[in-house]
Design a protein around this ligand. Structure first.
Ligand code: BV8
Length: 251
């Protein structure tokens, strides 16, 4: 009978500054497909066809189908125990906590996370590809239709509406990385701890955060179901499901 090692606890002291990075794996226990697992979101599409500007203008109908179906999946999903455990840690650490997510599913926000940065934008907002109207809340999807901008149309222009997410080759939202840098600087007053959850460590600049923490002498932990591309960059790697491990880790 293999000895079941108890899940270690995160060393959360009164001087701990905790930066958390989540990826698709944290939402897997809410029934949301990840990208690169078997049967994952990328299996049926080439990344560049559905998550790039060129791919969008080449086939906006395909891209809207890809994102529209994910909007429906997210609408039917609820935050899981990992999302909730991170809210509890935020309540405990206050401004010594910051959560950066690569996910666009909005589940951290729905769970109650507030000190949250959505590095790759949000599936639940759309924006115009031409005019400067601000991104707007939009959880809708009409199969077979590509939404166009009413304001541009009224001005006699044709302009497609797109999901307000960050595609490959696009910059992250203004200020997102700067806010993380400021948090890492503030952490010099205490002890810096980095926890990555449910990410394959393949997409930059998110996958480089572990190195930014190490450069500052911070401790780095990873909870992931399978081996990640940057496993070796972490001091501690816990193999397993976020829904099960994160509540124990953060208790
Ligand atoms: C940029 C859109 C400046 C929304 C996404 C430096 C080096 C190399 C390349 C680059 C670099 N800098 C920039 C690049 C290019 C590119 C990039 O990183 N390419 C990669 C593929 C090599 N980066 C960019 O273009 C970024 N922009 O840097 O701008 C620039 C521009 C041009 C050139 C240079 C610089 C923009 C990146 C954002 C792309 N948009 N999504 C959407 O559709 O969602 S990224 C996409 O992948 C998703 O958003 C997702 O967030 C992201 C990462 O995937 P993961 O979250 O890790 O998901 P994955 O399925 O891969 O893994 C899930 C893991 O969970 C698995 O390991 C699994 O084992 C685990 N798991 C599963 N179940 C569970 C679990 N773990 C725990 N519990 C479970 N139950």
């Amino acid at each position: 009978m293999p000895t079941l090692t108890p899940t270690p606890r995160l060393p959360l002291g009164d001087d701990t500054f905790l930066l958390v990075l989540t990826g698709a794996g944290v939402s897997a226990d809410s029934g949301i497909s990840t990208f690169r697992a078997a049967g994952g979101l990328w299996n049926d599409h080439k990344i560049e066809d559905v998550a790039s500007v060129d791919g969008f203008f080449r086939d906006p109908l395909l891209v809207w189908q890809f994102y529209g179906e994910r909007r429906r999946d997210v609408a039917a999903a609820v935050p899981n125990a990992a999302h909730r455990a991170l809210v509890a840690v935020e309540e405990r650490l206050g401004d010594r906590f910051l959560l950066a997510t690569q996910n666009v599913d909005g589940l951290h926000g729905r769970a109650g996370s507030r000190r949250l940065i959505e590095l790759h934008g949000s599936l639940l907002r759309s924006r115009c590809t031409v005019c400067d109207r601000p991104p707007f809340a939009d959880a809708g999807y009409t199969p077979g239709k590509v939404p166009i901008c009413g304001r541009c149309h009224a001005a006699g222009r044709d302009a497609l509406i797109r999901p307000d997410v960050v595609w490959f080759g696009e910059l992250l939202p203004d200020g997102a990385l700067a806010r993380i840098e400021r948090f890492l600087d503030d952490a010099a007053a205490g002890r810096l701890l980095f926890l990555a959850i449910g990410t394959s460590g393949l997409v930059f600049p998110a996958a480089g955060l572990v190195d930014a923490v190490k450069a500052r002498g911070g401790a780095t932990w990873l909870v992931n179901a399978d081996a990640a591309a940057n496993d070796d960059r972490f001091d501690r790697v816990l193999r397993g499901g976020a829904g099960e491990l994160i509540p124990a880790l953060c208790s």
